[in-house]
Design a protein around this ligand. Structure first.
Ligand code: NAP
Length: 241
């Protein structure tokens, strides 16, 4: 079998109804995985695009929402993609905008990984792919809780890799650059911002959700078995500038 195949594996992708999560679910299904498309709303479009798989309701308004999911069925691959962003000046930033973003992007991600590991560690195999950000490395502007949460995702990815690598679990992350999704619609609608961003991307184009989907397949497949605690930039070269 190809080392890039996910045949015989079950993958759960959070936030799979749209954007990057949808592209990851579709790419993993194409690579042969049985995909559980998890979302806080229905994932019918994703199911139709995959032509196989299942849907599951998971709303991280409760960051512990996934506590029982992995005990109930065997899941080999976990992709923590669900994420939100709130924008305001640092001097005005509210506690609610801090807590909401940290709960979904960092707390829910960690406890979903913990629940997955409790089921996967006794089997001695499993793959976790977390979705980080350029703001796992850079400060950004007007997005304090997003930046804190995504720096947290990078740190937690390394911590979990350190604890679980020798026990057969690979924990890695993808740091997407500027990808054409709902998340970046406002940026692309602003011609000045859009041009400034494009001018800095060595690849000369915005990323597509499928660019992240294919990388997630790699990090979930046997081909990446010796990759642990990596934060893989998929950014058209942005961070290389
Ligand atoms: P998106 O289209 O806004 O997708 C975000 C996903 O997270 C949606 O499925 C959303 O569900 C889900 N989500 C939000 N809150 C949730 C909750 N409480 N419970 C369960 N699911 C929840 O944006 P995207 O660009 O695809 O973002 C996906 C991931 O990539 C995020 O972690 C984001 O930070 C990261 N990222 C994106 C970019 C980019 O350029 N687009 C760059 C770096 C990192 P709803 O549809 O119901 O809101």
């Amino acid at each position: 079998m190809s080392p890039f195949s996910l045949e015989g594996r079950t993958a759960l992708v959070t936030g799979a109804n749209t954007g990057i999560g949808q592209a990851i679910a579709v790419a993993m299904a194409q690579a042969g995985a049985d995909v559980i498309a998890a979302g806080r709303r229905d994932c019918d479009e994703t199911l139709a695009m995959m032509g196989s798989g299942r849907a599951m309701r998971l709303d991280f308004a409760d960051p512990m929402a996934a506590r029982d999911v992995f005990a109930e069925q065997r899941i080999d691959i976990l992709v923590n993609n669900a994420g939100i962003i709130r924008r305001d000046d640092a001097v005005d930033f509210s506690e609610a905008d801090w807590d909401d973003v940290m709960d979904v992007n960092a707390k829910a991600l960690f406890f979903t990984c913990q629940a997955f590991a409790r089921a996967a560690l006794p089997r001695g195999m499993g793959k976790i792919v977390n979705i980080a950000s350029l703001l796992s490395f850079q400060g950004g502007i007007r997005v304090p809780s997003y930046t804190a949460s995504k720096h947290g995702v990078a740190g937690l990815t390394k911590l979990m890799a350190n604890e679980w690598a020798a026990k057969g679990l690979n924990v890695n992350a993808i740091a997407p650059g500027y990808i054409e999704t709902n998340n970046t619609e406002a940026l692309r609608a602003d011609p000045d911002r859009s041009r400034a961003i494009l001018d800095r991307i060595p690849a000369g184009r915005w990323g597509k959700a499928d660019d992240i989907g294919q990388t997630a397949v790699f990090l979930a497949a046997p081909a990446s078995d010796y990759i642990n605690g990596a934060i893989l930039n998929v950014d058209g070269g942005w961070l290389a500038r």
